[in-house]
Design a protein around this ligand. Structure first.
Ligand code: ADP
Ligand code: MG
Ligand code: MG
Length: 886
């Protein structure tokens, strides 16, 4: 059989076929089991069935490919030989786990079956061989439960109920306290549940168990919760997850953490995934198997306590931490089991971490010599830097806060919101615009939609590696887990903490960094940007080619953006400046004006406001370019639409309300986005342009006099033809000269005049347009709107369906559509520079802060990207990554 058709890869002492193989084929878990085996770590042997088999299974209408079971039987033979036990043997049976594992990890989204190979007789044999009847029946009851759940789709609750009965009968509360006798009864009860639910007896043929289990793992790939998880991840920008062909299946010899008090199982991270601290972070449970640790049934102990229980095993775990980090040069997320004092590794993968930890780990690993500065820059996902920019609670406010209780600090950040009790409720209230905190006893994969909608998550049980904690951390969402003092009444929609009751209307504050739960709204503050963060940013700045500017239209935003590292303003929108209370009245008077004189009179009143605004911005951005866009929106946006507001405006302006209604009606347009706006306004009402340019020039002159280096760039929006720009440029130049003369200013101002490229026609004729432009700035919001013909304000109605149906891969307003809109951008750059070699070109749409779009901008040779102040650090890092990858 050709190598490419190989379906099964063995790992163990005999051979390790997957070593150095492909994650896409073996899945992350399979590849790493092979890697760990090959570097000599203690891994129970087994084999991996490839993701291609999963793909083939679906393509063949849910049928396993021919020859697969033969290949599997061959692998089982090697396994049997290596371990000296036989699969299906009744004396000392070989048992296996059947585990899923795609190329991208999907925590808890797919299913695992343990102890497969047991049946009534083999359980007896196992009890004898291990001289541990309790263990054997514990293993069997777990198999019947997991098999029933995963393969046959039975509800876990039915098994739970049977377990509760047995516990009651034996007067115990903990699973581990049930005696052998009770577990034997439990297996009988479980078999009855199985039969009642499926109409069949629990299968006694191990090969049949194995085959059906493998099919079930393949089946879980397309379970609702797995699909849902992939959709959310993909919406968060994890596009890799869309390209997966399926899950691999790992069949692995069992090791037993449930053999007694010298055995156990645990999970952990080689460094703290919250803070990045170089300290093993994990939990373990004595006498437990599989997911007991994360299921929140019993409370695990921190790994730091493990030495007290088994010094040698703890020491070995710490040595493995080092070996793993040396091998992978990254922080690892591991699963391990201790069978009668012997440690086994069951899984490793690069650990998920929030942005704060990512930055610290990258910087520490450079210091430790594990990675280079370049690798550190490439290592931190640019968008995760938002976590470093997350607000925290103000120290003064938090000192005064009404702390209700403390849970585990599962995922950092500060969240303030009202209580929501189910995932559905959280999602609905989020969609209605509320900030909610999802409160659950413990979350499960069914809750992910609600978790993603909530600003924070609070659970009353579960540890630092519980589902809620893991998912929240991956998303950088604030989470406090295991706050056991919080009593949740889901039906009554209340929580009770320390005798105090809170309902859905009450606001609470969560501190994911300390684990505190506080009543009411606690005031938050902006983060500090020093230390490792500053170091990583400095490295990024060394490697990037693109300049990073910001979109800002107030001195405060400009200042914040500069603190974040912005090197100028790429888009200063002027319309916001007209909306403030003391200005809107003049703006409205201008719009109502019957003739040019009246218009000019109103504009004259606006001039001082504009001049002051510009001066403030130029000052905040001194030494850096500031691109000011002339008035863009249609005028009717400035008029009130409701009768009461119209009446008030009429009073203020001393005109009749009917007058205002009439003017509003006259300005009404069927498609305002395609109507009288942008440069079209300046063509009709040049006096608006004149006032704005005069304000810019006067502000620049005033700065020059104060020796402030102002660098204004005047940007004319919505140009579609070269003639528009030619005419308006002349007007701008005349006004600049006139203003200088009027102010008797003789120095150099060096004001650039350019245009926003946002109409496809401007891209197509960019060579003509460039003749009149000193710079181009791609306004990719409008350009996307006009290229797709999607109204930006109305996409809500259909875009989600389009993304779901994969008609478009992602929201094109968030991430630049490189194949369509990108082609226009590239054409604009090429044609523009064919006329003006040095034409300055940037982008100022929402895309300017999106890492994938930044990569594209870098590749087509833009000079800068411009984004909102909070995305500036992300853009700096993404620009460096783009350049390093190119
Ligand atoms: P997930 O992808 O949900 O983490 P896994 O396949 O890793 O699922 O299985 C979950 C847990 O089951 C593991 O962490 C481990 O504790 C247990 N497990 C899996 N395989 C074995 C095995 N061969 N021996 C003992 N325990 C196992
Ligand atoms: Mg699983
Ligand atoms: Mg696992």
């Amino acid at each position: 059989m050709a190598k490419k058709d190989k379906m099964v890869y063995y790992f163990g002492k005999t051979k390790t076929e997957g070593k150095g193989g492909s994650k896409a084929i073996l899945g992350g878990k399979g590849l790493n089991l092979a890697e760990m085996t090959s570097i000599g770590l203690p891994v129970p042997p087994g084999f991996t069935i490839t993701t291609e088999v999963c793909d083939g299974y679906y393509k063949a209408g849910k049928k396993l490919p021919k020859g697969l079971m033969d290949e599997i039987q061959d692998a089982v033979k090697i396994l049997e030989k290596e371990l000296g036990k036989n699969f299906g043997d009744n004396e000392n049976p070989l048992l296996v786990s059947v585990r899923s594992g795609a190329a991208v990890s999907m925590p808890g989204m797919m299913n695992t079956i343990l102890n497969l190979g047991l049946n009534d007789e083999a359980t007896e044999g196992l009890a004898k061989a291990t001289k541990n009847e309790r263990f054997a029946y514990d293993a069997y009851r777990r198999l019947i439960n997991m098999y029933g759940d995963v393969v046959m789709g039975l509800h876990h609750e039915q098994f739970e109920a049977a377990f509760d009965k047995v516990k009651k009968k034996h007067k115990v509360t903990e699973d581990t306290e049930v005696p052998a006798e009770g577990l034997r009864e439990l297996c009988e009860a479980y078999k009855a549940v199985y039969k009642k639910g499926t109409g069949e007896d629990f299968p006694q043929d191990p090969i049949k168990q194995l085959q059906l289990a493998i099919e079930a793992v393949f089946g879980s790939w397309n379970a609702d919760r797995a699909i849902s998880y992939r959709r959310i991840e993909s919406a968060k920008g994890n596009t890799e997850i869309n390209n997966l062909i399926g899950t691999a299946v790992n069949v692995q010899a069992m090791v037993y953490g449930n053999m007694g008090d010298d055995s156990g199982t645990g999970v952990g991270f080689t460094r703290d995934p919250n803070t990045g601290q170089n300290k093993f972070y994990g939990e373990f449970l004595i006498n437990a198997q599989g997911e007991d640790v994360v299921a929140g049934i019993r409370t695990p102990q921190p790994v730091a306590q493990m030495a007290k229980w088994d010094k040698a095993a703890h020491k070995e775990l710490m040595e493995i931490k080092k070996k793993l980090e040396d091998h992978y040069t990254d922080m690892q997320d591991i699963e391990f089991t201790i069978e009668r004092g012997k440690l086994f590794m069951l899984q490793t993968r690069n650990g998920k971490r929030n942005g704060i930890a990512a930055v610290k780990i990258a910087c520490d690993m450079v210091k430790e010599g594990l990675i280079t500065e370049k690798e550190a820059v490439l290592r931190v996902p640019a968008s995760d830097l938002t976590h470093c920019l997350l607000p925290s609670f103000k120290p003064t406010a938090r000192n005064a806060a009404d702390v209700l209780c403390r849970g585990l600090n599962a995922s950092p950040g500060a969240a303030v919101g009202k209580l929501a009790f189910t995932a559905t409720e959280a999602r609905e209230r989020f969609e209605a615009g509320e900030s909610v905190i999802l409160v659950r006893r413990e979350t499960s994969p069914e809750d992910v939609e609600g978790m993603s909608a909530a600003v924070g998550i609070l659970t009353s049980t579960g540890g630092a590696t519980s589902h809620a904690a893991v998912v929240a951390r991956g998303w950088g969402k604030c989470c406090v887990a295991g706050a056991s003092e919080v009593e949740i009444n889901e039906k009554g929609k209340t929580i009770t903490v320390g005798g105090r009751k809170f309902n859905a209307k009450d606001t609470i504050s969560l501190d994911g960094t300390t684990g505190e739960v506080m009543a009411g709204e606690v005031e938050t503050q902006e983060p500090k940007l020093s230390g490792d963060f500053a170091k990583l940013m400095k490295w990024a700045d060394e490697y990037r080619r693109l300049s990073i500017r910001t979109n800002a239209d107030s001195p405060a935003d400009s200042k914040r953006a500069r603190d974040f590292g912005a090197e100028g303003i790429g888009l200063c929108r002027t319309e916001h400046m007209f909306f403030e209370a003391d200005r809107i009245i003049h703006m409205r008077a201008m719009i109502l004006a019957e003739d040019e004189d009246a218009r000019r009179a109103a504009l004259k009143k606006l001039l001082p406001f504009q001049r002051k605004d510009f001066e403030g911005i130029f000052k905040a951005m001194k030494g850096c370019p500031v691109t000011v866009r002339l008035l863009d929106p249609p005028l009717h946006e400035f008029l009130p639409h409701e009768a009461a507001a119209q009446k008030q405006m009429a009073e203020e302006l001393g005109v009749k309300p009917a007058e205002i209604k009439k003017r509003g009606a006259a300005l009404h347009e069927s498609n305002p986005m395609l109507g009288h706006r942008g440069c079209r306004l300046s063509v009709t009402y040049p006096e608006i342009l004149e006032m704005q340019v005069q304000a810019i020039v006067e502000a620049a002159i005033s700065c020059a006099k104060k020796k402030i280096d102002a660098q204004p760039e005047i940007m004319i929006p919505l140009v579609g033809t070269a003639a528009e720009l030619r005419i308006l440029r002349e007007k701008v130049e005349e006004t600049i000269e006139a203003t200088k003369t009027a102010k008797k200013f003789e120095g150099e101002l060096n004001i650039l005049i350019g245009t926003m490229i946002e109409i496809p026609r401007a891209c197509l004729t960019a060579d003509e347009v460039a003749e009149h432009a000193d710079f181009f700035s791609f306004g990719t919001n409008d350009l996307t709107q006009m290229t797709f013909g999607y109204s930006r304000d109305d996409v809500g109605g259909f875009l989600p369906d389009y993304i779901e149906a994969k008609i478009v891969p992602v929201d094109p307003f968030q991430s630049l559509d490189t194949s369509g809109v990108g082609q226009l951008v590239e054409m604009g750059v090429t044609k523009g520079r064919s006329i003006k070699k040095k034409l300055k070109v940037g982008i100022c749409g929402e895309h300017g802060g999106d890492p994938a779009s930044i990569d594209f901008c870098n590749s087509v040779g833009l000079d800068y990207v411009s984004c909102s102040p909070f995305r500036v650090p992300i853009a700096r890092l993404a620009a460096a990554q783009a350049e390093l990858k190119s």
